[in-house]
Design a protein around this ligand. Structure first.
Ligand SMILES: [Zn+2]
Length: 315
C-alpha cells in the first residue's frame, strides 16, 4: 500500500506505460518518507507479467520481486556504514547481461549517499554508459552527499512528506486511531509515512500529562539541570514537541480539537502569551534538529544544553 506521493506515482506509471524508462533514477527525500516502497512499486511495474494492472502484485514476477527472488532484481544496501566498491563491482558484473526473465534488469541502491568515494566513482562508469535494458534506482535522504557527477546522470525524483493534516486523516480513517493519537504521530513523524507506521506500533509513545519545566520556566539557572534530565530519556524530546505544538496551535488560534493536551488548555493559553509564533515554530524545529544531531553522535549533553537555552529565550 502506498500512501501519498500521487504525483511521483503517476510520473513513474507514465514512464512504464510509454516504455520511456530512464537508465538511472535518484529518489531523494527524508528517511522513511516512502522512497523504497515506491521504488519497489516501480520495479514491479516494469517487470510485472500482467500488462493491464502493472504492478498486479499477484503474478510470478511480482511475487519473486516481493520475496527477493527475481533473477533480474537486486537491492544493494550499505554493509555496515558504507556501500563498498566490491558491492558496486558485483552489480557491474551482472548489469551487462540481458535480463533473464523480466523486461529489464533492475537495481535499487538504498542510502546511495553511503557509497564511499571509490564506490561512487566506480558506479559512475555504469551511469555514464548504462547498459541497455537496465534500470538503477538510487535512494538518498541526503542529496548533497552525492557526487554532483552522479546526480547529474540520474533523473531526480523528489519525495515530499505528507502534510500533517492529511496524514492525520489517513491515520484516523485507515488505521482507526483516535484523533489525539493520530495527531501526535503525524507531528512526530513530520509527515514521513514510514516513520508514522512504526510509531503506531511504538507503545512508548504515551502522552506525559504534566507540562514540562522547560516550557514554563524562564529561570536560566535551571537550564543545565533541565538539559541533564532530558538527556536521561531522549523520548522526552518527542513529548516536548507535542507541548510546543499545542502552544503554537493556541497562538495561531487553531481549533482546540487539535490539541494533544486539551486538559491543560487554560495553563497553555497563559503560557502561549509569553511566546511569539516564530519562537514556537523555531522551538519545534530546534528540537527536531537536536534529535538529528544526537542520532549522528554529536555530544548529547552539549546539544541539549544549547537546545534548552534556545527554548528558554524569550522575546
Ligand atoms: Zn505482477
Amino acid at each position: 500500500m502506498i500512501i501519498g506521493h500521487q504525483q511521483v506515482i503517476s510520473q513513474l506509471r507514465h514512464a512504464v506505460s510509454e516504455d520511456h524508462i530512464a537508465g538511472a533514477y535518484l529518489f531523494a527525500g527524508e528517511p522513511n518518507v516512502g522512497k523504497e516502497t515506491v521504488a519497489l512499486y516501480f520495479v514491479k511495474s516494469i517487470n510485472c507479467l500482467d500488462l493491464v494492472h502493472r504492478p498486479c502484485d499477484n503474478c510470478l514476477a511480482c511475487h519473486k520481486i516481493n520475496t527477493g527472488n527475481h533473477p533480474d532484481f537486486q537491492v544493494v544496501r550499505p554493509e555496515g556504514k558504507q556501500i563498498k566498491i566490491d558491492q558496486i563491482r558485483q552489480l557491474q558484473r551482472q548489469v551487462v547481461f540481458q535480463p533473464i526473465e523480466g523486461r529489464r534488469k533492475l537495481y535499487i541502491i538504498t542510502e546511495a549517499n553511503r557509497m564511499n568515494l571509490e564506490a561512487a566513482n566506480c558506479l559512475l562508469k555504469t551511469l555514464e554508459e548504462p547498459p541497455a535494458r537496465s534500470v538503477l534506482i538510487l535512494l538518498t535522504s541526503n542529496l548533497d552527499a552525492l557526487l554532483p557527477t552522479i546526480r547529474s546522470r540520474c533523473q531526480i525524483i523528489s519525495f515530499q512528506p505528507l502534510p500533517v493534516p492529511e496524514l492525520v486523516e489517513i491515520l484516523t480513517d485507515r488505521f482507526s486511531l483516535d484523533a489525539d493519537h493520530a495527531s501526535s504521530i503525524a507531528v512526530l513523524s513530520q509527515g514521513a509515512v514510514g516513520k508514522a507506521l512504526t510509531l503506531i506500533e511504538d507503545k512508548s509513545l504515551t502522552v506525559i500529562d504534566q507540562i514540562p519545566e522547560v516550557v514554563t520556566t524562564t529561570d536560566r539557572l535551571s537550564a543545565f539541570r533541565i538539559a541533564e534530565q532530558l538527556g536521561e530519556d531522549l523520548t522526552q524530546l518527542d513529548q516536548l514537541v507535542m507541548w510546543y505544538r499545542d502552544l503554537l496551535l493556541i497562538r495561531q488560534s487553531t481549533s482546540v480539537d487539535l490539541l494533544t493536551h486539551r486538559n491543560h488548555l487554560e495553563s497553555l493559553q497563559q503560557i502561549a502569551k509569553n511566546y511569539s509564533r516564530i519562537h514556537l515554530q523555531s522551538a519545534i524545529k530546534a528540537i527536531f534538529e537536536t534529535k538529528r544531531l544526537i542520532e549522528r553522535n554529536v555530544n548529547a549533553t552539549l546539544a541539549l544544553e544549547v537546545l534548552v537555552f534556545k527554548l528558554m529565550r524569550t522575546e
